[in-house]
Design a protein around this ligand. Structure first.
Ligand SMILES: CC(C)(COP(=O)(O)OP(=O)(O)OC[C@H]1O[C@@H](n2cnc3c(N)ncnc32)[C@H](O)[C@@H]1OP(=O)(O)O)[C@@H](O)C(=O)NCCC(=O)NCCS
Length: 359
C-alpha cells in the first residue's frame, strides 16, 4: 500500500537532525541540501519542501519542491519548482511518480514549474498532460580546453583503457592552447572578485528587474547543494559533491571608477556558468574580464543563456573558445500556473533562476 509523507521546514529539520533520513535503502535528500532548503528566504514555514512515497515501510521514491515567487504589480505570487523526482527501480511503473506529482500539485495549488528535466521525466510530464512548454532559452556552450580523457570514455566506455593516452593528448593540446592564449592579459580596468555580494553591489543590482535579490543570491552562495569533496554520495541520485565547486561575485568598473557590471559566476569541475548578470554597459569589459578569468582559472567550458553576453562574445575576436555549440534550456509550467499568471507574462528568467543557481 503506497502512502505519502510531506515535510515542511521544521519537519525536514527534524528528519535530518534525528538521522532518520539515512535509515532507508537510498537517501531522499542530503543533510546540506536540506539545510539549504530550510534557510531558503523564499520558502515559508508551512510550505512543503519534500514528499516521500512509502510502500508499507519501504521508501519507494521522493520529490523535492523548491519554493519561489514572482513579484507581479508589487504583489508576491508564490509558486515552486519541482526538483529531484526519483522512484527506486524496484518500484517503477506503479504510478508512484504520478502520486508524488499529484501531491505536489495539491500542496502548491498547481503553481509549479520545471526545468532541466531528464528525458524519462519529460516523457512522464507530457503523458500526464498537465504541463505546457513555455518559451525556451537559447544559448551556447563554449569549449576552451580539450578534455578528451573525460569525454571520449563517457561516450564510448570501451575506450576507458585509452585514458592515459588521451590525458597525454589533452596535455599536449592544452599546452598549445595556453601559448595561443598568452596574449590575454589581466584587464587594465578595475575589477573585484568577491566570495559574496557586498553593500555596493546590493545597491547596484536593486535597480534591475530580477527574480532574486542580493539576500537571496547570498543565501545560494552560503547554502550550496554541492560541497567540494573527492568522495561521491553513492546513495543519492542528484548533485551532492564535486571535486571543485565555487561561486564568484564579480564587480567591473569603468575607467572613471563607476560600477558598471556585476555577475554571479560558478565553476563546477572546470565548467563555468553565469548565473546572474547585471550590467549598464555594452558588456565589452565583461567579455574581456571573462576571457582573462577563463584562461587564468583553466576553465574547460562555459554554458551561457545570457543572450546579450553571447552576442558580444561572438562579435569580439578575443574570446578564447576553441569550439562552441548551440544549446536550449526548456521550461514547463503547470497549465494552471499559466492560467494564474497574467496573459503573456514574461518571467525574465536568468541562467540561475529555478534551481539552476544551485547545481
Ligand atoms: C521518471 C521516474 C520518476 C518515473 O517513475 P515511475 O514511478 O516509474 O513513474 P509512473 O509509474 O508514475 O509513471 C510512468 C508513466 O510514464 C510513462 N513514461 C515513462 N517514460 C516515458 C517516456 N520516455 N515517454 C512517454 N511516457 C513515458 C510510462 O509509460 C508510465 O505511464 P502509465 O502510468 O500510463 O503506464 C523514474 O523513472 C525515475 O526515478 N527515473 C530516474 C530519475 C529521473 O530521471 N528523475 C527525473 C529528474 S528531472
Amino acid at each position: 500500500m503506497i502512502h505519502l509523507k510531506t515535510f515542511n521546514k521544521k519537519q525536514l529539520g527534524e528528519f535530518v537532525s534525528s538521522g532518520d533520513f539515512k535509515k532507508y535503502d537510498f537517501l531522499p535528500i542530503t543533510a546540506h541540501r536540506a539545510q539549504s532548503h530550510i534557510n531558503n528566504p523564499k520558502a515559508n514555514d508551512d510550505q512543503t519542501l519534500l514528499i516521500l512515497a512509502f510502500d508499507d515501510d519501504n521508501l519507494a521514491g521522493y520529490i523535492g519542491c523548491f519554493p519561489d515567487n514572482f513579484i507581479i504589480d508589487g504583489k508576491i505570487f508564490n509558486y515552486a519548482w519541482l526538483s529531484t523526482l526519483y522512484v527506486s527501480s524496484n518500484f517503477r511503473g506503479k504510478r508512484i511518480a504520478q502520486s508524488l506529482l499529484q501531491k505536489a500539485f495539491e500542496e502548491y495549488h498547481e503553481n509549479l514549474a520545471l526545468t532541466e528535466f531528464t528525458k524519462e521525466a519529460e516523457g512522464l510530464y507530457n503523458k500526464m498532460g498537465t504541463f505546457e512548454y513555455i518559451q525556451p532559452k537559447v544559448g551556447k556552450r563554449y569549449y576552451f580546453r580539450t578534455d578528451l580523457a573525460t569525454i571520449i570514455p563517457s561516450k564510448k566506455p570501451k575506450t576507458e583503457h585509452l585514458q592515459p593516452l588521451l590525458s597525454l593528448g589533452d596535455s599536449v593540446l592544452n599546452s598549445l592552447i595556453s601559448v595561443k592564449n598568452c596574449f590575454i592579459q589581466k584587464p587594465d580596468f578595475k575589477f573585484e572578485i568577491l566570495d559574496k555580494i557586498d553593500a555596493e553591489s546590493t545597491d547596484f543590482i536593486s535597480k534591475f528587474y530580477s527574480n532574486r535579490n542580493a539576500e537571496e543570491l547570498n543565501w545560494a552562495i552560503e547554502n550550496p547543494w554541492v560541497l567540494e569533496s573527492k568522495n561521491k554520495e553513492e546513495n543519492y541520485l542528484f548533485s551532492s559533491f564535486s571535486e571543485s565547486f565555487k561561486y564568484f561575485w564579480i564587480k567591473i568598473y569603468d575607467k572613471k571608477n563607476t560600477l558598471k557590471t556585476c555577475a554571479l559566476l560558478f565553476v563546477r569541475d572546470g565548467h563555468l556558468k553565469i548565473s546572474y548578470l547585471f550590467s549598464i554597459s555594452d558588456l565589452e569589459q565583461f567579455v574581456t574580464f571573462l576571457s582573462y578569468f577563463i584562461v587564468k582559472n583553466k576553465i574547460n567550458s562555459l554554458t551561457s543563456y545570457q543572450t546579450e553576453f553571447n552576442k558580444k562574445a561572438e562579435s569580439m575576436n578575443i574570446f578564447p573558445n576553441i569550439h562552441q555549440r548551440n544549446m536550449e534550456r526548456r521550461y514547463m509550467f503547470h497549465k494552471q500556473l499559466i492560467k494564474n499568471l497574467p496573459d503573456h507574462f514574461d518571467p525574465h528568467f536568468q541562467d540561475g533562476d529555478g534551481d539552476c543557481v544551485m547545481t
